[in-house]
Design a protein around this ligand. Structure first.
Ligand SMILES: Nc1ncnc2c1ncn2[C@@H]1O[C@H](COP(=O)(O)OS(=O)(=O)O)[C@@H](OP(=O)(O)O)[C@H]1O
Ligand SMILES: Nc1ncnc2c1ncn2[C@@H]1O[C@H](COP(=O)(O)OP(=O)(O)O)[C@@H](O)[C@H]1O
Length: 503
C-alpha cells in the first residue's frame, strides 16, 4: 500500500485520535496488506454482514469485525458528506501520526461512541518497536518464499521439543517450507511479553527445518472458530498454502494440517509420534504450569523437553521468584497501619540485604509524585496509577516496591496488579483490615475528628467509600497483631511464596 503524502495544512487541520491497542493492531494489519482484501475499517453494511454471516456485504468471506470506534468529540469534527472534513489522523500512543482514515461513514454504536468506516492509508514513517524487522509485509515475505508448499505455523507460545517435533514432522510429511507467525499484539496466554515470545521462537528456530519467521500483531477475539478463520486468512495472504492447526477445518484458501501428538522415547531420547512409543517408555509434553513451577523455583528446565537456548530465554523472562520484581500493595483505611507495617518490612529487607526495596508511602507520594492532587475519585485513581507506574518500573528491574496508599477502589488496585504483571513482575495485595473504629480511635492526625465534624470532605471510611478487597493475598488486622507480628506475617508470606530465601 502506498504512503499518502498529505499537504501540511490537511495534516494540521484534520482531527487526530489514538485508537485503542487492539484497533492499532488491526490498523497495522490493514496497512501491511495482511488483512487483504480489506483496505480499511469496516462500515455499516459490511460490519453488520460480518457480524451476522461471517462475510462482507458482497459475499466475500471475512470472519471478524475490523472496526474503529471514536468518542463523540472526535466524531463531531468529521463529516462524511464533505470530502474536506472526512479525514481522521490516527496516531500511535506517543502521538505520532501513523495513518489516516477517510471517514466514509459515521454511525453511533453506543452512547457517545461512533464507528468510523473507510479506507486507511499510511502517513509518516512506519512505526518503531522491538523486532520491527520481523514485522514484514505479506508482499515482502511472499517474495522470499521458495516455490511449492508453505506450512504456516502460528506460534502463540514458546516452542519446546514436542512442538518442534510436530512442526518438523508436519513439514517433512507434506514437503513444505515452514512459515512461523509470532503474534505480537499483546502478552501470550500465560502472560509472556511479545518480545520474550519472539526471542524464544528465534532461539528454537535452528531446531526446525528452514523457516521464515514473521511477527504479526494478530490478537485473539475470544472466538475460536472466527480466530481460526482469521489466522488462516492472514497466513494465506503471507503465502502459506497449509496451516498447522488443531482447530476445525478452516477451508478457503488454505489447507489444514492437524499436528500429531508426540512423545519422548526413553529408549533412544527421540521425540516420535505417540503411537510409535510403547506406553512404558513414553514421556509426554510438560504443561505450562509445570514449566512455570520449575522456573519459579529456579530449577532447570529438563533438556529432554526444552532446548537449552529456549530455556535460557524463558529463565531470563521469568527468573526465580527470589530474583523477580514484586509490587507489594498495602491497602486499608487511614490509620490502619499500612505505613508502619510497610516500613517494618522495608527495614527487614534492608537488614537482610537479600533484595532491593523502594517504599512508596502514601504521604510521601502525595508530597512528591502527586503534589496538587486532591481526594476526588478521579484524583485518587490518578494517584494510585502513578504509584502503580513507578512500582512497576521498580519491579521491571527486579526490585521490590512497597506501596502504602489507601487505594480505596478495587478496579484501580486491579490495574496496578496488571501493570506489575505486564513487566514480568509479581503482585501481592496486602489488606490491612484494621476496623474503622480502631483507626478512628488511633486518629494520629486528628483527621477522623475533623471529618466527623464536617471539616474534611470525602474522608475515606467516614464520608467516602472504601471497597473491601475480595482478592487480597494476605489480610492483616493490626488491632489483633503487634507491629512486629504484622511485619512477621508479611515476611513469612514472602518466604513461603519464594520471593525471599529467608529473613
Ligand atoms: N479526604 C481524605 N480521605 C482520606 N485520606 C485523606 C483525606 N484528606 C487527607 N487525607 C490524608 O491523606 C492520606 C491518604 O492518602 P492516599 O494517597 O493514601 O489516599 S488514596 O489512596 O489516594 O485514596 C491519609 O494518610 P494515611 O493516614 O497515611 O493513610 C490521610 O491522612
Ligand atoms: N499492630 C500495629 N500495626 C501497625 N500500626 C499500629 C499497630 N498498633 C498500633 N499501630 C499504630 O497505628 C498507627 C498506624 O498509622 P500508619 O501506619 O500511618 O497507618 P496508615 O499508613 O494506614 O494510615 C501508628 O501510629 C502505629 O504506631
Amino acid at each position: 500500500m502506498t504512503d499518502w503524502v498529505l499537504p501540511d495544512g490537511v495534516l494540521r487541520d484534520a482531527p487526530s485520535y489514538t485508537p485503542r491497542p487492539a484497533e492499532l493492531a488491526d490498523l497495522e494489519l490493514l496497512l501491511s496488506g495482511a488483512y487483504a482484501p480489506l483496505t480499511g475499517f469496516l462500515a455499516g453494511d459490511d460490519a453488520a454482514s460480518v457480524a451476522r454471516r461471517g462475510s462482507l456485504a458482497d459475499g466475500t468471506p471475512w470472519p471478524v469485525p475490523v472496526t474503529l470506534v471514536v468518542p463523540v468529540e472526535v466524531a463531531e469534527r468529521l463529516d462524511p458528506g464533505q470530502p474536506v472534513r472526512r479525514l481522521l489522523i490516527l496516531t500511535d500512543p506517543e502521538g505520532a501520526p501513523v495513518a489516516a482514515v477517510e471517514a466514509m461513514e459515521l454511525t453511533e454504536v453506543r452512547d457517545g461512541w461512533f464507528r468510523v468506516g473507510g479506507p486507511v492509508r499510511r502517513v509518516g514513517a512506519p512505526e518503531h518497536g522491538a523486532f520491527r524487522r520481523l514485522r514484514r509485509t505479506p508482499e515482502e515475505v511472499r517474495a522470499g518464499l521458495p516455490d511449492g508448499r508453505v506450512l504456516g505455523v502460528i506460534a502463540t507460545r514458546p516452542l519446546h521439543r514436542p512442538q518442534l517435533a510436530q512442526i518438523g514432522n508436519a513439514a517433512r510429511t507434506i514437503g513444505a517450507h515452514v512459515l512461523v507467525f509470532v503474534p505480537v499484539a499483546g502478552p501470550t496466554p500465560e502472560g509472556l511479553a511479545p518480545e520474550v515470545l519472539v526471542r524464544s521462537i528465534l532461539a528454537a528456530s535452528d531446531r526446525i527445518p528452514p523457516a521464515t519467521i514473521v511477527a504479526v500483531p494478530l490478537a485473539s477475539r475470544g472466538d475460536e472458530v472466527r480466530d481460526g478463520l482469521l489466522r488462516a486468512r492472514v497466513a494465506a495472504n503471507y503465502g502459506a498454502t497449509h496451516l498447522l492447526s488443531t482447530g476445525a477445518a478452516v477451508g478457503g484458501a488454505i489447507r489444514v494440517v492437524v499436528p500429531r501428538d508426540f512423545a519422548y522415547d526413553n529408549r533412544d531420547g527421540q521425540w516420535r509420534p505417540m503411537d510409535d512409543v510403547p506406553p512404558r517408555q513414553r514421556r509426554t509434553a510438560m504443561s505450562v504450569d509445570d514449566i512455570n513451577d520449575l522456573l519459579d523455583r529456579g530449577s532447570p528446565l529438563p533438556e529432554w523437553h526444552t532446548p537449552p537456548a529456549v530455556a535460557r530465554e524463558l529463565r531470563k523472562a521469568r527468573p526465580p521468584r527470589h530474583q523477580r520484581g514484586l509490587v507489594l500493595l498495602f491497602t486499608g483505611l487511614s490509620g490502619a497501619g499500612k505505613s508502619t507495617v510497610a516500613r517494618g518490612v522495608g527495614d527487614a529487607l534492608a537488614e537482610s540485604g537479600e533484595r532491593r526495596a523502594t517504599t512508596l508511602d502514601g504521604d510521601v507520594v502525595r508530597r512528591m509524585l502527586s503534589a496538587g492532587l486532591g481526594f476526588s475519585a478521579e484524583d485518587r485513581d490518578r494517584n494510585i496509577r502513578r504509584i502503580g507506574f513507578v512500582a512497576a518500573e521498580v519491579a521491571r528491574h527486579g526490585g521490590i516496591a512497597l506501596c502504602a496508599p489507601i487505594a480505596p477502589y478495587a478496579r484501580t488496585r486491579a490495574e496496578v496488579r496488571e501493570m506489575a504483571h505486564a513487566v514480568g513482575g509479581d503482585f501481592v495485595l496486602v489488606h490491612v483490615a484494621t476496623p474503622l473504629a480502631v483507626c478512628e480511635e488511633r486518629d494520629r492526625k486528628g483527621l477522623y475528628a475533623k471529618a466527623r465534624a464536617g471539616m474534611v470532605p470525602a474522608f475515606t471510611g467516614v464520608t467516602d467509600p472504601y471497597e473491601e478487597p475480595t482478592d487480597a493475598d494476605l489480610t492483616l488486622d493490626t488491632s489483633k497483631l503487634s507491629v512486629e507480628e504484622a511485619v512477621e506475617e508479611v515476611l513469612d508470606f514472602l518466604v513461603s511464596g519464594g520471593w525471599l530465601d529467608s529473613v
